[in-house]
Ligand binder design. Structure first.
Ligand SMILES: [Zn+2]
Length: 321
């Protein structure tokens, strides 16, 4: 089936660790065993979304593939290399989602573009999403106080606590820089920190000037969230890259994926990239912006939910459901 080529799994944003086979990397093993509450999964999370009309997708599906206006490749719905709708899909009928922050997606070069749901984010929130192909990624060194990396790990925190951690991190780093000014040793370029350290440092240095505090408030503002778009087995090289060290790491509350391509033997709590982005933003909206969620980012699942429905239908008619 053609649509099978559109998606890939997002395998790294969950509190509940997957079963670890012997010989798998240490990072998997070192994931914390403190799963947060699992979101209710007795209902289909895609059922009550506030979505734009998907009629345009239904028509396109019936008519089959058409050309990408930029590279002329034959595609369904949109071109996953140019991030534009195909000729048969009017751009005005694709919803645009405005995000409250910037999203950077780091894609593994070996991943097939057509399988990645990262393209959905770029298609639907064009202005706020940037996709990088590893190893071509930005230097985050000077913006670590305004960036979160969605990836599980021993130091990772919940979305609700993430901004507080950025503030602590900022305080810790300002103090460290001041300390370093008087130290004989040079400042290490990549300071590995933990939030426990940040907190301890914070407590012992509360006497620092109010000016520092103001500076912290000004700067400790989340601007960019980084996601890694890669299969679990390929994430290691990316996550251990020097440029991503020291970023505040976030893990999402465990949710079950609706993605139809999740591999046999893998838990259904591995989200696709677009699901991970969507759930992050939903949590951010409720826990950081402290607003009621009224479907603001639901259209990020515009393509995803449509594909899910198609696959479900196809499985039903094949007698597999
Ligand atoms: Zn194209």
């Amino acid at each position: 089936m053609k649509i099978k080529t559109f998606m890939q799994e997002y395998k790294m944003s969950q509190k509940t660790p997957p079963p670890i086979k012997e010989g798998e990397d240490e990072k998997c093993n070192s994931r914390p065993e403190n799963p947060q509450s699992i979101a209710p999964c007795n209902e289909d999370p895609l059922q009550n979304l506030h979505l734009a009309s998907q009629e345009v997708l239904e028509k396109a599906q019936q008519n089959g593939r058409s050309r990408c206006p930029k590279c002329t490749a034959s595609r369904m719905f949109y071109c996953y290399t140019c991030y534009v709708p195909v000729e048969a899909v009017p751009i005005g009928e694709i919803p645009r989602v405005k995000l409250p922050l910037k999203i950077d997606i780091i894609k593994h070069p070996n991943e097939t573009d057509g399988k990645s749901t990262a393209a959905h984010a770029k298609m639907l929130a064009h202005e706020d999403v940037t996709i990088y192909t590893y190893p071509c990624i930005p230097e985050y060194e000077d913006q670590k106080h305004e960036i979160l990396l969605v990836f599980p790990g021993p130091d990772s925190v919940s979305v609700a606590n993430s901004v507080m951690c950025l503030q602590k991190y900022m305080k810790s780093n300002i103090h460290s820089t001041l300390d370093d000014d008087f130290a004989d040793e040079p400042t290490p370029k990549h300071r590995k920190h933990s939030f426990q350290d940040a907190e301890a440092s914070n407590e012992t240095k509360l006497s620092r000037s109010n000016k520092d505090q103001e500076q912290i408030k000004m700067k400790a503002k989340l601007k960019t969230v980084v996601f890694i778009d890669s299969t679990w087995n390929q994430t290691n090289k990316i996550i251990s890259d020097e440029r991503l060290q020291g970023l505040v790491q976030v893990e999402l509350t465990t949710r079950k994926t609706c993605f139809w391509r999740h591999q046999k033997g893998k838990p259904d709590t591995y989200l696709s990239t677009i699901e991970a982005i969507y759930y992050f933003l939903k949590d951010y909206h409720m826990h950081i912006l402290k607003k009621d969620y009224e479907g603001e980012y639901d259209n990020l699942l515009f393509f995803f939910s449509f594909m899910c429905k198609l696959v479900k239908k196809a499985k039903q008619s094949a007698g597999k459901l």
